[in-house]
Ligand binder design. Structure first.
Ligand SMILES: CCCCCCCCCCCCCC(=O)SCCNC(=O)CCNC(=O)[C@H](O)C(C)(C)COP(=O)(O)OP(=O)(O)OC[C@H]1O[C@@H](n2cnc3c(N)ncnc32)[C@H](O)[C@@H]1OP(=O)(O)O
Length: 187
């Protein structure tokens, strides 16, 4: 795999929040209609997440038939979406802040068959002002071609922290709205 991605020299590695739960703690979906994690989005990925070690989160994706690209294999854009969701979740869990994706790149190392279960480990590498540098890798842990030792894809992404006013702009286009109880500090 190759990448043009480089981390800046002035990267700051954040401290975990004092009440950060330990590895294995479930991370709630950030809202039900999200294409990545929502359980109220029938066409979505329906990913599940738990806290990992340190600044890492662990996501799980069941590669359903509707995620097909080339015959028998996952669509590359679906895989990027899964990485995007996982890396965004890592930001949110580590920083307790809302983020949006600014820049994203993915290496596709192996074809991933339908019926696989993918484990995506995503982490915050560090921050520079509002910029959050993240990385992630994916392994097939169940189903056809499962081999938890082999990284089948990896990803790097720059996220930018935003205030709630960012989402106010989308309110009138929204298909439903997050409830008033939505709280990223609920991890
Ligand atoms: C409701 C709450 C939800 C919570 C969700 C949490 C869970 C998430 C899970 C969901 C996961 C799914 C998530 C999704 O799918 S999010 C959906 C996809 N992403 C978007 O729609 C974002 C669209 N872009 C924007 O809104 C603005 O451009 C943003 C907000 C990103 C920045 O505009 P803003 O005017 O605010 O700030 P700024 O321009 O001063 O930039 C600030 C800094 O950032 C640097 N920069 C900016 N862009 C890039 C770039 N492309 N490459 C490299 N660097 C970039 C910039 O140079 C500057 O750096 P520096 O000057 O400090 O050095």
């Amino acid at each position: 795999m190759s990448s043009t991605w480089t981390l800046p020299d002035d990267l700051v590695v954040p401290e975990l929040p004092a009440d950060h739960p330990g590895p294995g703690a479930p991370i709630p979906q950030h809202w039900g209609r999200c294409f990545g994690c929502g359980d109220d989005q029938p066409s979505g990925l329906k990913m599940d997440f738990v806290i990992g070690e340190g600044l890492e989160v662990i996501g799980r994706l069941e590669v359903a038939n509707r995620f097909q690209g080339g015959p028998g294999f996952i669509h590359g854009g679906i895989l990027m979406t899964a990485f995007d969701e996982a890396q965004g979740m890592a930001c949110s869990a580590a920083l307790r802040a809302a983020v949006v994706t600014g820049h994203f790149e993915t290496d596709f190392a192996r074809p991933i068959p339908l019926g696989s279960v993918l484990e995506i480990r995503a982490r915050v590498e560090g921050t520079v002002r509002r910029k959050v540098y993240t990385s992630a890798d994916a392994r097939i842990v169940d189903g056809p071609l499962a081999d938890p030792e082999v990284v089948v894809a990896s990803s790097s992404g720059l996220f930018v922290t935003v205030g709630h006013e960012h989402f106010e702009k989308g309110r009138r286009f929204a298909d439903g709205l997050p409830g008033p109880d939505r709280d990223v500090s609920a991890f």
